[in-house]
Design a protein around this ligand. Sequence first.
Ligand SMILES: Cc1ncc(COP(=O)(O)O)c(C=O)c1O
Length: 397
Amino acid sequence: MHQLFATRAARMKASEIRELLKLLGQPGIISFAGGIPDPALFPAEAFAHAFQQALGADSRAQALQYSVSEGYLPLREWIAGHMCRIGIDCGADDVLITSGSQQALDYLGKLFLSPGDTALVGWPTYLGALAAFNAYEPRFDQLRAGGNAGAAQYRAAAGPGAVKYAYLSPDFANPTGETVDRQGREALLDLAEELDCALIEDGAYQALRYDGQAIPPILALELAQKGDLQACRTIYCGSFSKTLSPGLRMGWVVAARPVIAQLVLMKQAADLHSATINQMAVNQVAQNCFDAHIPKVRATYRARRDAMLAALDRHMPEGAQWTRPEGGMFIWLTLPPGSDGAQLLARALETVKVAFVPGQAFHPDGSGGNTIRLSFSNSDEATIAEGIARLGAVLGG
Ligand SMILES: Cc1ncc(COP(=O)(O)O)c(C=O)c1O
């Protein structure tokens, strides 16, 4: 049968790391692997109430029915208000609801990439973005935020294909935890302008800032320059996964109307619309408790980040280096010279029952063998201290 598969299927590979990470279900494992929210933080009672209400006599016919591809209007209005509060002045018509921001990344790959076109991405970058884009058979080139590679170099390297977009998560990126400063964001806008390409801004972690000054989203900066969303080349992808719940699969896109219109056609063709009842429930919970809920999420993760940084300071050996993120869920560790992340994972699982994700998977060119991603979001402070101490022991720190 496999000889019948389209050429894109050959590019989709299960990773070896997955095999190792299957061991995570074993008792006693301390896992810093999954970049997932702590379920204790889900506003579960608020969702129970919201679903009950959606299924009440007045709204059940709507909640259980097909709905429009653009998304549930009250939720799009809430999102437009939220976007305005972070500096992106837009209306409900500029918003498309997607089934998680992952679906937006897939659609954007489908919209922009013909085989052989170039997508500029960080080295490393979010694995799910690489997987989504990869299906459209692009060529990946390294986006050097604030680097000196000019448009001409990117264009020359692209060969016969075109550079279609640059993708990045400017706030507390997955996997590095790093943030692009305002100057870096402006430089990226200049680069996109020079390349005449789109810029995909992944705001998945935007709301999870624990300290430091908020930096305007790239789309906000572009909007301030151009004064009109319809003239902007930045496409903003948002998500409720890291703030309210990932299980409901609720994300959104804000972009110029021609982009939104084309994405709506794609959504019609792919899944018609995101689950109506989930949109109604998320709208209720966002309206009633988003503002009160976010500070709790931030306080919890801030304490965990601090615990992990303190433990790393204490237990890591000479030569190891790591990021100090101002938000998000991840710390990126560069191992002492000569160490390999995948080998360390195998050893750490076997000897001290600690898991993390080796960094190589996040690099389209297979580099980054001496890096690892540590997630602090789903373990309490004592577990983090214990897990990092064990990891330090394996590393000989
Ligand atoms: C940077 C980034 N973007 C997007 C996503 C996808 O999130 P979702 O589809 O749940 O909105 C994730 C999930 O981990 C992520 O880390």
